[in-house]
Design a protein around this ligand. Structure first.
Ligand code: 3HC
Ligand code: NAI
Length: 681
């Protein structure tokens, strides 16, 4: 074996040169790896004993892409296109041996090899679009030459991965092998024995081009791509591959890549990529400390949240016992879970056997004592402190020692809940978002006495069930709802002062949210927390409920809904708003879109600053991860704190003061020092 550099070596096995990249964690194409590939391939070509070459990676995966942490920094090391040219033009055949994930630049590397083999578990994709980019190393020009225009279009525009079987069927790989390196060497011998050609993907034609396919694709995906710049650029590149000669296509791709790379959207999306991984790291916790076991889960309450929470664990193969107080509520909850699974199966995303397996892991019961066997118990009963204290008091007697006792409360004080037990160190908040089986965010609420091992286990468990976990301290509404409260307060004031609900909703929708606050209120139900007996018409929402407007559930709210749920602003709601304002002597005025946006979002940023000051969030980027994953903040704007940095904190502090809101001291300090929250803009 010859060491090429500290991440690459070359071994000669008979007449096959095996070039191995070993750059943990994911063999990303850092300067070092590119240097190793350039020097290694030259050495293999120069070695007269070598007749064919295998490119393989050590560790958990083939090359997972360009090294994203190098983006935006001055170039170092061998240029990637030159490395690729050396492979593609090699006079000796090269076989890429793929395991794990061949993603982005990793797949683009495999595409300049003459053949590709993979183990059955390997995955392939060009996920650059998720980073606000496009495959900038020939991926958009080579992929359609192997798999056809249609399949390539979908892969680059959505960033979806495909498995080895699909890749083989599509022509992306030449064989599936059992033993990665052995199979690749065998394949190389076959190339030599059968004198197979040195196939360069670039020389192949693009197949499967149909008239109008690109416009049809754009139209079909307009909703999913709304606001994003990268999907359109990816589509344009595949289209270019069908009309331009290869080298011109590469130039076209390069130009679009550079444009995206220098834009704010990609910067935001790359920031979110790292922020998400950072969020999982908890200050002061030893990442290698042993975790508590989570082999079985108990859930209390089979309502909206309890059912969704249960599904997360069932999906991950963890047995769940779900407890209710009444048989009808239990039956309803279980039926909802089954219906959700049946719907997923009907869409072909899971099999009927999966549904049975998951339902088979669920034990419904009315007997709380059954939870004595559970490692983790999640309480999802009504949002009422007395009820929660009673439940936790009982759990304290029932649960086994070291079981984790979690509450899904949205607002209540986790320390007070913990105090209802004799083991507050075992108590934690696990705040799931609705629908809990779909939303990726999990706020992990660290109480004053929550134990380190309990917290670490909660973070690891979140990962197991596919959630993005963010640690929050104990405060009203934690990170997300606390900030949402500021936005809602401003939205409510804006409609009294002169805006209409549809104006506020439109501005926030255009900013990139999936819907505005009044649409959201209609969707959730205007009568949540409202009671006819105690209602005194103190708020617009009270008055809407008093007038029988309940939101989407009865077809009337801030909007009227038809049978297809199309909405039009409600004249009844508008009159209620105007009367309410008139009673208060408000002289309604024209409010422009800029003011709506600033007043809805700047106070949220201000609250985020307070959350940071109070150390309720570990870092500004955690706040951004909460908003991107829990509240539909457009990922291409990075989250409220990143966005605030891009606007400029001076502007935000001044505008807050202009609107009569005192800027948080952290915000003022950073603005005065000309700094940002994230250091990423
Ligand atoms: N560059 C730099 N670091 C990367 C990286 C990359 N492409 N991919 C992953 N990492 C780092 C992560 O930040 C993480 O670091 P940490 O341990 O310090 O937090 C570590 O590798 C492990 O990553 P994950 O925690 O995500 O590990 P998983 O096993 O869950 O997932 C993965 C592995 C599927 C490879 C996932 O990391 C992933 O999807 N990576 C990004 C792949 C990608 O987007 N590639 C395209 C890059 S852009 C490109 O190639 C441009 C080209 O066209 C020119
Ligand atoms: P829900 O009303 O749909 O369900 C609560 C269920 O708990 C009911 O089925 C009820 O019968 C059951 N229950 C009440 N007391 C019980 C007891 N002592 N033992 C067993 N079961 C009992 O309420 P939802 O919406 O599921 O909320 C549950 C919790 O989740 C609340 O704390 C809420 O704040 C929180 N939450 C709600 C979100 C939402 O969007 N609905 C989002 C995030 C958190």
């Amino acid at each position: 074996m010859t060491a090429i550099n500290d991440v690459t070596d070359l071994t000669v096995d008979g007449d096959i040169g095996v070039l191995t990249v070993d750059s943990p964690p994911v063999n990303a194409l850092s300067a070092n790896v590119r240097d190793g590939l350039a020097t290694g391939i030259a050495a293999a070509i120069a070695d007269p004993a070598v007749r064919a070459i295998v490119l393989v990676c050590a560790g958990r995966t083939f090359i997972a892409g360009a090294d994203i942490s190098e983006f935006g920094k001055p170039p170092r090391g061998a240029a990637f296109p030159e490395v690729q040219a050396a492979f593609e033009n090699s006079p000796k055949p090269i076989v890429a041996a793929i395991h794990g994930t061949a993603l982005g630049g990793g797949l683009e590397m495999a595409l300049v090899c003459h053949y590709r083999v993979a183990v059955a578990s390997a995955k392939f994709g060009l996920p650059e679009v998720k980073l606000g980019l496009l495959p900038g190393a020939g991926g958009t020009q080579r992929l359609p030459r192997l798999v056809g225009a249609k399949a390539a279009l979908d892969m680059v525009a959505t960033g979806k991965h495909i498995g080895a079987k699909a890749a083989a069927a599509a022509g992306l790989i030449d064989a599936i092998v059992d033993d990665l390196q052995g199979g690749a060497i065998e394949f190389a011998h076959r190339i030599l024995a059968e004198s197979l050609p040195l196939t360069r993907v670039r020389d192949k034609p693009v197949l499967g081009v149909e008239d109008g396919m690109f416009d049809a694709y754009r139209a079909a995906n307009a909703k999913a791509f709304r606001g994003f710049e990268a999907p359109a650029a990816n589509i344009a590149c595949i289209e270019a591959a069908t009309t331009l000669p290869f080298d011109e296509g590469i130039a076209f791709e390069r130009k679009r890549f550079v444009e995206l790379m220098s834009g704010l959207q990609s910067k935001a999306q790359r920031y979110v990529f790292f922020a998400e991984r950072q969020a999982n790291k908890v200050d002061g916790l030893d990442p290698d400390a042993p975790l508590l076991p989570v082999g079985s889960v108990g859930i209390i309450g089979a309502g909206t949240m309890g059912g969704g929470i249960a599904m997360n664990f069932l999906n991950a193969g963890v047995p769940v016992t779900i407890v209710e107080t009444r048989q009808d509520a239990l039956d309803r909850g279980v039926a909802t879970i089954r219906r959700n699974y049946d719907n997923t199966a009907a869409k072909g995303r899971i099999t009927a056997a999966d549904v049975d397996a998951r339902m088979g892991l669920l034990t419904p019961t009315l007997d709380l004592d059954t939870l004595s066997a559970a490692d983790l118990i999640v309480e999802a009963v009504f949002e009422n402190m007395d009820i929660k204290k009673e439940v936790f008091g009982k759990l304290d007697r029932i649960a086994k020692p070291h079981a984790i006792l979690a509450s899904n409360t949205s607002y209540l004080n986790v320390d007070e809940i913990a105090a209802a037990t004799s083991r507050p160190e075992s108590v934690i908040g696990l705040h799931f978002f609705s629908p809990a089986n779909v939303m990726r965010l999990l706020e992990v609420v660290r109480g004053a006495k929550t134990g380190g091992q309990v917290l670490a286990t909660a973070m690891a468990t979140a990962k197991t069930i596919g959630k993005v976990a963010v640690v929050s301290g104990v405060c009203d509404g934690f990170i997300g709802n606390r900030m949402l409260g500021q936005r809602q307060q401003q939205a409510n004031q804006l409609i009294v002062e002169g805006a209409l609900p549809a104006d506020v909703d439109r501005v926030l929708f255009d900013f990139g949210f999936p819907m505005g606050p009044f649409q959201m209120a209609d969707l959730a139900g205007l009568d949540i927390g409202w009671s006819a007996e105690t209602s005194k018409g103190a708020t617009i929402r009270d008055r809407l409920c008093e007038a029988g407007l309940r939101g989407q559930k009865n077809g009337h709210g801030f909007y009227d809904y038809d049978a297809q749920r199309n909405r039009t602003p409600s004249p009844v709601a508008e009159k209620i708003i105007l009367d309410y304002a008139a009673e208060r002597g408000v002289n309604r005025r024209q409010i422009d879109d800029a003011e709506i946006l600033e007043r809805c979002l700047y106070p949220m940023v201000n609250e985020g600053a307070k959350i940071l000051e109070e150390k309720m969030a570990q870092r500004a980027s955690d706040i951004d991860i909460v908003w991107v994953n829990g509240y539909g903040w457009p990922v291409y704007r990075g989250g409220p704190m990143f966005w605030a940095d891009s606007v400029g904190l001076r502007t935000i502090a001044d505008k807050l003061a202009h609107y009569g809101i005192e800027p948080a001291s952290l915000l003022t300090r950073l603005a005065n020092d000309d700094k940002g929250f994230t250091g990423a803009v």
